[in-house]
Design a protein around this ligand. Structure first.
Ligand code: NAD
Length: 357
């Protein structure tokens, strides 16, 4: 298989962590007989410095003309004062909307070797946490009209939450397709006892569920889901929900697994092309010190193999290698605990490469 991957190293620790992910992808290509061609582009603060804008046209074109995008992180205090249209984060929104990435996937998996990092009680953690949060990314309250106006002598604010059937249908299909690669279970989260958008959501998800008879589908109210995530996270496989609920629940789900440096994400649209990135930012406090944990980025690269290139075995090979490195007691500073061996970002890359073989 031959694939072209657009690479945005970005700012802060971005270049260090992306480097390790590229080394891993190259090793996987060698081992399984694929060719991955990397095209490097600028976005974020480094692009502001080089081109005066956080999202140069060449970057956008290369994101639109490739098989997938791998991103480190963008931003940092150096660019805090720039106008908001060209801020580093604006580049990400620009790429997501130009690529039509409407589905945000965040796996929340607790590595058993890092169980102590979870804020949940050991008896809950011991049942395991391995779920996939699928959040609708370009609809709902965040994209409706936002208005604040004076009415009857006081300020009144309105945020319009709108969903059309086709927007729900496509994210539901994404969730069910992902469930087929996992444990064949979907929980759809809404607030159908109150909101019309949620009643439509439930109806459309139910209809799409009919196309996937091999996947079990249940509905859960968002307030109950927030409780269940901390009470019994082991019950979840794939969770699909709208933008606002997903924003909150995906942070909650990430938190219960412990360290931010371990967390991967994907944003998908129509077709197979996606953008893959760790959930953390550019960590300017540790940039250039070889302290960053590259695992979230390497796991994002594994997601690219699984969800964009349909290379399940190759993705599993990376995930298993990480598992074995953690088993052997190697840790970057952010996940360090007593009795383990602390290593840097590059050495963590080396250890994972060794395990891939
Ligand atoms: P951050 O995620 O960069 O850092 C928060 C804390 O976590 C820091 O102490 C950092 O050292 C640590 N950390 C983060 N990633 C780590 C890793 N891989 N290994 C070890 N430790 C890690 O959040 P922040 O400090 O609020 O933001 C810094 C910059 O990143 C800001 O400019 C922000 O706007 C930007 N940001 C970018 C993205 C993105 O590119 N997608 C996302 C969030 C924040």
């Amino acid at each position: 298989m031959q694939k072209t991957i657009t690479v945005i190293r970005g700012d802060g620790i971005g270049p260090e962590i992306v480097e390790q992910a590229i080394r891993v992808l190259n090793r996987i290509a060698e081992k399984f007989g694929h060719t991955f061609c990397f095209q490097n582009v600028l976005a974020g603060g480094c692009a502001i410095d080089a081109c005066g804008t956080s999202l140069p046209e060449d970057t956008l074109q290369k994101c639109l003309n490739c098989d997938s995008v791998l991103l480190g992180a963008v931003g940092g205090p150096k660019w805090d004062g720039v106008p908001k249209e060209i801020r580093p984060e604006a580049a990400l929104l620009g790429i997501r909307s130009a690529m039509g990435l409407y589905a945000n996937l965040r796996p929340a998996r607790l590595f058993r070797q890092l169980a102590a990092a979870s804020p949940l009680k050991p008896e809950i953690v011991s049942r395991g946490i391995d779920l996939m949060m699928v959040r609708e990314l370009i609809g709902g309250a965040y994209f409706g009209a936002h208005v604040t106006a004076e009415e009857k002598g006081e300020l009144v604010a309105h945020d319009d939450m709108t969903y059309a059937e086709h927007e729900i249908e496509r994210i539901a299909r994404t969730a069910f397709s992902i469930a087929r690669k996992r444990d064949h279970r979907v929980i759809s989260v809404d607030k159908a006892n109150v909101l019309d958008t949620s009643r439509l959501w439930r109806k459309v998800v139910g209809r799409v569920a009919g196309e996937f008879p091999d996947v079990k589908c249940e509905n859960m109210l968002v307030d109950n889901t927030a409780m269940q995530l901390v009470k019994n996270p082991a019950q979840f496989d794939v969770v699909v929900t709208e933008n606002l609920f997903g924003d909150i629940l995906s942070d909650e789900a990430s938190m219960i697994t412990g360290s931010i440096g371990m967390m991967a994400s994907a944003s998908l649209g129509e077709g197979t092309r996606g953008m893959y990135e760790p959930i953390h930012g550019s960590a300017p406090d540790i940039a250039g010190k070889d302290l960053a944990n590259p695992i979230g980025t390497i796991l994002s690269a594994a997601m690219m193999l699984r969800y964009s290139f349909d290379l399940d075995e190759e993705a599993a090979c990376i995930e298993d290698a990480i598992d074995r490195v953690l088993d052997a007691g190697y840790r970057t500073a952010d996940i360090m605990s007593e009795g383990c061996m602390q290593i840097g970002c590059r050495e963590m890359g080396d250890k994972i490469l060794e395990q891939i073989g």
